[in-house]
Design a protein around this ligand. Structure first.
Ligand code: IPM
Ligand code: MG
Length: 368
């Protein structure tokens, strides 16, 4: 059993804009080390396409073991058109999926918060999104992403068949639903559980198990069930009806992208992927921005580092029990937005356009 080293942070910048935005987080971690004597041990390595180019694999065993013994992994982004035609096992995304699966990071927390300074950046009317604060809890290590059998096989008459399998067990559903209920208790005390129980047995089981857990342990939390397609519609119609949404891996992938756009920009939203606590109370966790590698703007110095910086704030809160520091960092981000600083993705009239580095520096200048 590999021991998790306290305060060890592994940075995996990855591809596209990943390295640019991760660089800003590194500056912030170094600021905490210098000014708050926090003593983070920072390591950095390759993952995704960058690793494939150097080593012929999206993640080497060495890097994987580093991740296993780190308390916090921060991932920039992986993927890009350059690697699109690689066979499945070599694709940059496999690095991410392997880390999620092997570190057992079953609960993916994806907040969608509409910053008051950016209400006008949303494609929805201000009154629909202002004050929006949703937490999507996405199951991350099961469902159709990992189910067996899977593959592409030849069948008769020269045809082929693509196969993926969607499965969930009671314990997989219960552990992620617990995370959702526990989070709801600290928020508006409301959970919406989404599935397709009208067409899928795994969805029916999902619904039944979430309800059973609720009746047994979380009677004081309001629980609603919603079909996932209806949820997609309700997110656009009236998103503020939601507090915590809990759903499976695939629906969570789609609904979280949709929810994130309500807030104006993908460039602002962090995420946390949490595993179970071991006997010593230690938990593995990986933090990443919701946005992808954005190869079209990579290397131009215009990417928004806020999502990755807020991902580190989530690490401070969920992994390191440094709530005060997390809050300080979130406030610094708010304050820079108040000052009118904007990267290109969130630029509106009258605001001051800044580069990735300038945004990072401005946030650091607000830290106390
Ligand atoms: C996400 C991404 C990943 C996913 C990809 C890059 C494998 O879309 O984190 O939402 O599908 O889970
Ligand atoms: Mg996605």
């Amino acid at each position: 059993m590999i021991k998790i080293k306290k305060r060890k942070v592994l940075l995996l910048p990855g591809d596209g804009i990943g390295p640019e935005v991760t660089r800003e987080v590194r500056k912030i971690i170094e600021w905490f080390n210098k000014n708050k004597s926090l003593d983070f041990e920072i390591d950095e390595d390759l993952a995704g396409g960058a690793s494939y180019d150097k080593h012929g694999t999206p993640i080497t065993d060495e890097v994987f073991y580093k991740a296993l013994e780190s308390e916090v992994v921060i991932l920039g982004a992986v993927g890009g058109p350059k690697w699109d035609n690689l066979e499945f096992s070599k694709k940059p995304e496999r690095a991410l999926l392997k880390l999620r699966k092997e570190l057992k990071l079953f609960a993916n927390l994806r907040p969608a918060i509409c910053f008051k300074q950016l209400v006008d950046a949303s494609s929805l009317k201000p009154e629909i999104v202002s004050g929006l604060d949703i937490m999507i809890v996405r199951e991350l290590t099961g469902g159709i992403y990992f189910g067996e059998p899977r593959g592409i096989k030849p069948i008769d008459k020269g045809e082929r068949k693509g196969i993926n399998t969607h499965t969930y067990t009671t314990s997989e559903i219960v552990r992620v639903a617990k995370v959702a209920f526990d989070l709801a208790k600290k928020r508006a005390n409301k959970v919406t559980s989404c599935e397709k129980s009208n067409v899928m047995e795994a969805g029916q089981l999902w619904k039944e198990e979430v309800q059973a857990l609720h009746d047994k342990e979380y009677k004081d939390v309001e629980l609603n069930h919603m079909l996932a397609d209806n949820c997609a519609m309700q997110l656009l119609r009236n998103p503020k009806q939601f507090d915590v949404i809990v759903t499976d891996n695939l629906f969570g992938d789609m609904l979280s992208d949709q929810a994130s756009m309500l807030t104006g920009s993908l460039g602002l939203l962090p995420s946390a992927s949490l595993g179970a606590k071991n006997k010593n109370g230690e938990m593995r966790a990986m933090y990443e921005p919701i946005h992808g590698a954005a190869p079209d703007i990579a290397g131009k110095g215009i990417a928004n580092p806020i999502a990755t910086i807020l991902s580190f704030a989530m690490a401070l809160k969920y992994s390191l029990d440094l709530d005060k520091e997390a809050e300080g960092l979130e406030k610094a981000v708010q304050s820079v937005l108040d000052d009118g600083f904007r990267t290109k993705d969130i630029l509106t009239k009258g605001m001051k356009e800044v580069s990735t580095t300038e945004m990072g520096d401005a946030i650091i200048s607000k830290l106390k």
